[in-house]
Write a protein that binds this ligand. Structure first.
Ligand code: HEM
Length: 354
């Protein structure tokens, strides 16, 4: 769109030439692993899609035990295209989490976390935690028996944390069990608190990435790499990839709309064979490896402490992998990354099949 009068109007008031200069000064290195640079952008696009479809549903969803399930049924059956936007929101969430993991393991294996980009990793990691909570809180909003049982298990598991567990469980549930209070809390998290925190953190994450520019894998640091301008070369590629991702989400949404289960009944026994969302399966399978009691201590508490320790270690990798930060080879951390990835994939597959 060319609108010289508007451009002149803005130019008189703002330093547009300066902004253009900054945009033109952004370059991205080209190499055989640069496909990973697009995974963060895909995640960003999917988050934007979630915000949009979520806002549309917020016009009709009612966060109350007596009406939540009914309002979901009405969105799907009575609203024009309601089923489509709900299905887009469902598949958008699945793909956003999938690409978050792809992006995480990509940056891990390319060692993009190494000095000076530690804080990009830290903000990204917090975003991953928030995204998983986004998933759990959104799941409960369906108020069907599976979501209800999954949240009961997850919040009960949080209660097994020593010292603070009881507080976390009570804080999440808002009462002794999963009730209307929990639904209201999860709604507040899902539509107000988490989106705000996410937007702020994504802003910070992108600012940090912008500040340092894109990293180059250590093995190529000494090579003379060609750099391409972000505007328009990489930006157009980003847009094309987003279009393909949009095509995939729309196709999934149209052909595989998620089923709506039976309405939650807090007094009924939990349904058989319930499974949480796929990204919780590796956690659940890990917890199953531990017996009920170990040396007289509660097995669940030990399992949760072990898993938390493994997650903490993963989080601290940029600060532990000193060799990478010094620009030296660090095969140990490459292997640790690969082991984490294999563990995650195997446990998720076992969870699916069991
Ligand atoms: C909402 C979630 C996230 C969004 C929207 C996001 C977005 C982005 C974008 C657009 C980039 C620049 C292009 C790229 O490398 O793909 C980037 C880079 C980066 N992200 Fe994320 N990211 C998210 C989560 C994460 C997570 C979970 C981690 C890891 C724990 C992470 C770590 C990094 C790192 C280390 C870089 C720098 C890459 C480099 O310089 O080569 N991000 N992110």
């Amino acid at each position: 769109m060319n609108c010289p009068r508007l451009r002149d109007w803005l130019e008189e008031r703002y330093d547009l030439a300066g902004i253009k200069g900054i945009a033109r000064g952004k370059f991205v290195p080209e190499h055989r692993h640069d496909i990973w640079y697009y995974t963060g952008g895909i995640t960003l696009f999917l988050f934007l899609l979630q915000f949009l479809t979520g806002m549309l549903m917020a016009f009709y969803y009612v966060p109350h035990v007596d009406f939540a399930y009914k309002s979901i049924i009405e969105i799907v059956t009575k609203l024009r295209m309601g089923w489509f936007f709900k299905s887009l929101h469902h598949w958008g969430a699945q793909l956003a989490i999938l690409f978050l993991f792809v992006h995480l393991f990509g940056t891990l294996l390319m060692k993009s976390y190494r000095k000076p980009r530690e804080l990009a990793w830290v903000t990204g990691f917090i975003l991953l935690g928030i995204s998983i909570f986004f998933g759990l809180s959104g799941y409960l909003l369906l108020w069907d028996e599976r979501a209800f049982a999954a949240v009961r298990v997850a919040t009960g598991g949080a209660g097994a944390f020593p010292v603070v567990g009881g507080f976390i469980k009570a804080f999440l549930r808002g009462s002794v069990d999963v009730t209307g209070e929990t639904l209201l809390r999860f709604y507040a998290f899902h539509v107000a608190i988490l989106p705000l925190v996410t937007l702020a953190l994504i802003g910070l994450h992108l600012l940090l990435v912008q500040f340092h520019g894109m990293s180059v894998p250590p093995s190529m640091e000494k090579e003379k790499l060609r750099e391409v301008p972000f505007f328009p070369n990489v930006f157009y590629k980003d847009l094309m990839i987003w279009l393909v991702v949009l095509g995939v989400v729309v196709t999934l949404a149209v052909f595989f709309p998620p089923e709506i289960g039976v309405k939650a009944d807090p007094l009924a026994p939990p349904p058989e064979n319930i499974k949480p969302e796929w990204y919780f399966l590796f956690l659940l399978q890990t917890l199953k490896l531990f017996p009920g009691s170990i040396l007289g201590m509660n097995g669940e508490t030990i399992a949760i402490l072990t898993v938390s320790g493994a997650i903490l270690f993963f989080f601290l990798i940029p600060f532990l992998d000193r060799k990478s930060s010094r620009g030296e080879r660090s095969p140990l951390f490459t292997w640790i990354g690969i082991l984490y990835l294999i563990y995650f994939l195997v446990m998720t597959a076992v969870g699916f099949l069991s």
